[in-house]
Design a protein around this ligand. Structure first.
Ligand SMILES: [Zn+2]
Length: 300
């Protein structure tokens, strides 16, 4: 096995796979600086690329990649209709495969390949660059989302860990500020969507503390942990998914009390008819459905 610094390093990041795996497993955004550090351990990084349809990710992702010296390869998703349903086709993985192969053929000085993905689609290319070119391959994925065959093919793994807790004190401050922003204001559309919450949270006039990744983390924490409730509705033009603060959630109730604001007297949204009910109501006043009781584990 070659030691550190004996050749150049190529870093290839399947950003789609890594970012969504991070959000699912750790409920936080990945730290892009950690990506480049993982590669630097093995020598001088002469190729560093990340693949995604960047229109599907917040703007700070691309800026963080720029700052880390990682080239963003923007591969727009193709949309098409089959059997009356809109479908999406991403070819980001195909572009990453081609770039790995081109690097193996055209840049012989790159001796170590750091592949950030958990996807078994890369097994063949890994086997190919190892067997045909005697390259060293290290797989970096998010634990719990990595194909075992992929790691076996590479022979080496160096997985990505969450480098801070799920809800640090700083993140809680951001979460509380987003909750209060949603409580105090209603956007001109009359309702909140994730896009609007994200835009308002990033607008300095709204006083939400933290950097852009903190704000994305706060919003995803609120969705995952039930501080926001989401439901679909049809406006006169299209279907939208509305996000609203869930004032039945104990954290939200605490935030509202901390801010000295009045709690909503009818915070319980019926998932059948969307009517609002008092917190202690069991049968919906709008449609008679039995209201879903969400049990929230007490924080210990
Ligand atoms: Zn109802």
């Amino acid at each position: 096995m070659q030691g550190a610094g004996t050749g150049e390093v190529g870093l290839f990041i399947d950003l789609e796979n890594i970012r969504y795996s991070f959000l699912n497993v750790y409920q936080i955004e990945p730290n892009v600086a950690q990506f480049i550090e993982k590669a630097r351990k093995h020598g001088r990084v002469s190729v560093a690329m990340a693949y995604a349809d960047f229109s599907e990710h917040p703007q700070w992702v691309r800026r963080a990649l720029d700052v880390a010296g990682i080239a963003a390869r923007d591969i727009p998703v193709r949309r098409f209709v089959r059997d009356g349903h809109e479908r999406l086709k991403s070819s980001a993985d195909l572009h990453m495969l081609m770039d790995i192969m081109e690097t193996a053929l055209d840049r012989p000085q790159v001796s170590t390949y750091v592949l950030m993905t958990g996807d078994s689609d890369y097994i063949r290319v890994i086997t190919w660059i190892k067997n045909r070119f005697e390259k060293r391959v290290i797989v970096c994925g998010v634990p719990g989302t990595i194909s075992a065959d992929l790691v076996a093919a590479a022979g080496e793994a160096d997985h990505l860990a969450a480098d801070h807790g799920v809800a640090t004190d700083a993140l809680l401050g951001t979460i509380e500020a987003v909750a209060i922003m949603m409580k105090r204001a209603t956007p001109p559309t009359g309702f909140w969507t994730i896009k609007l919450i994200d835009q308002w949270a990033r607008d300095s006039r709204n006083g939400v503390p933290g950097n852009d990744p903190d704000k994305s983390n706060a919003i995803s924490y609120m969705i995952k942990n039930g501080l926001m409730r989401r439901y679909k509705t049809v406006t006169d033009v299209r279907e939208v998914t509305i996000s609203e603060l869930d004032e039945t959630h104990p954290m939200v109730r605490q935030f509202v009390a901390n801010a000295g604001l009045e709690l909503d007297p009818a915070p319980l949204r019926c998932l059948v008819c969307a009517a609002r009910n008092a917190i202690d109501v069991v049968i919906c006043v709008g449609c008679g459905a039995v209201l879903e009781i969400r049990l929230i584990a007490e924080e210990t």
